[in-house]
Design a protein around this ligand. Structure first.
Ligand SMILES: O=c1[nH]cnc2c1ncn2[C@@H]1O[C@H](CO)[C@@H](O)[C@H]1O
Length: 330
């Protein structure tokens, strides 16, 4: 536990997870709930791996299953920032229910707030200025809507950790684009250039962090209700990876971003401007301009706020920490 153990008396980081569960989203949420460094003050839902209504249903089911219905859930946008309702849903990756086609029943009593996700984000940023970290595991629509509601949101929010982008590697929707950025590229470009403290963890990082069959067996033999919950959906995720990536393991996208928020020393960073291509065959492409080169003419990147982009990861440490958190005694 050494690296990420929380100091006694240290203040826990307030976290809101914006999520579209999604098998690896569910893993990340479970890891967050088991991380003493974090205080999960809310979950907001979005589309991506599933439609938003299904994301809300899955979040409520998960919280009920692990006895954490004390955490508020605010439902997010059902459409992109530009009100496009023709969404790309990654059902082949996660199953049509988002959790590996288990046919889960809806939550019995848990309900979302009346407040939409964007209003909840603004409210929490105002309540705890500079103290709230948003871990964004889906398209960035809710965050862009929060900024529309309150132009000072980027200054009031503590940090935004974005699981999104493919920096100098192919995407996973097509060679140009990673799924979360492709889902709402206009929202992503706004968030990357809004001046907030943004840390982007792209698939160039998360595809180095792999849960093996042996790890999965360990989870299956664990008595922890957290490990048991996620194991039920893992078969589908493993099958998907073997079909499209020809691998025996699965990528830990969302848990890696979450753990980067828990323990930033798991990744190293570069700083620079990121712009997102919003149209054409490279729609959703994330282009990082490092500060190591001076360009004479570079208007779309000039004078823009910078973000931090993860460039290396201690992959074995991430896997180990995730396993510890999921298997720790209740
Ligand atoms: O092959 C894929 N296509 C689309 N989405 C994917 C794929 N693999 C994983 N994800 C989902 O998109 C985010 C990372 O890009 C993750 O949330 C993951 O669940």
């Amino acid at each position: 536990m050494a690296a990420a153990a929380v100091e006694v008396g240290e203040r826990r980081k307030k976290v809101i997870i914006d999520t579209d569960p999604g098998i690896d989203d569910a893993m990340a949420i479970l890891v967050a709930l088991r991380s003493p460094e974090l205080e999960v003050i809310g979950l907001t839902t979005t589309f991506g791996n599933v439609h938003t209504a299904v994301a809300t249903r899955n979040v409520l089911h998960l919280l009920e299953a692990v006895g954490r219905t004390d955490i508020p859930v605010a439902e997010g946008s059902h459409v992109t920032l530009k009100k496009d309702s023709k969404l790309r849903i990654a059902s082949s990756c996660h199953g049509s229910d988002g959790l590996g086609n288990q046919g889960l029943p809806p939550a019995t009593t848990a309900k979302p707030l009346d407040q939409p996700a964007s209003a909840f984000l603004v409210e929490q940023a105002n309540l705890y200025p500079g103290q709230v970290t948003v871990v964004a595991l889906g398209p960035l629509t809710n965050l862009a809507l929060a900024l529309e509601l309150d132009p000072l949101f980027p200054k009031k929010i503590g940090q935004i950790v974005v699981l999104g982008g493919a920096y100098s590697v192919n995407g996973n929707v097509n060679p140009a684009a990673e799924s979360n950025i492709f889902g709402d590229p206009d929202a992503a470009d706004i968030i990357f250039t809004c001046g907030a403290d943004v840390l982007a963890v792209g698939i160039n990082i998360t595809q180095q962090v792999i849960l093996s069959e042996a790890d999965r067996e360990k989870l299956e033999h664990s008595d922890s209700k957290y490990a048991r919950y996620i194991c039920k959906s893992l078969a589908h995720y493993f099958d998907y990876h073997s079909q499209v990536y020809f691998t025996k393991g699965v990528y830990l996208h969302d848990p890696t971003a979450l753990l980067a928020a828990v323990n930033p020393s798991l990744v190293t960073l570069a700083e620079g401007v990121v712009r997102v291509q919003t149209a054409g065959i490279t729609k959703g492409l994330t282009l990082f301009r490092s500060t190591e080169k001076w360009y004479a003419d570079m208007s779309a990147w000039s004078s823009m706020p910078t973000v931090k982009v993860a460039v290396t990861v201690d992959a074995p440490a991430v896997v180990e920490l995730m396993m510890q958190r999921l298997m720790a005694d209740d």
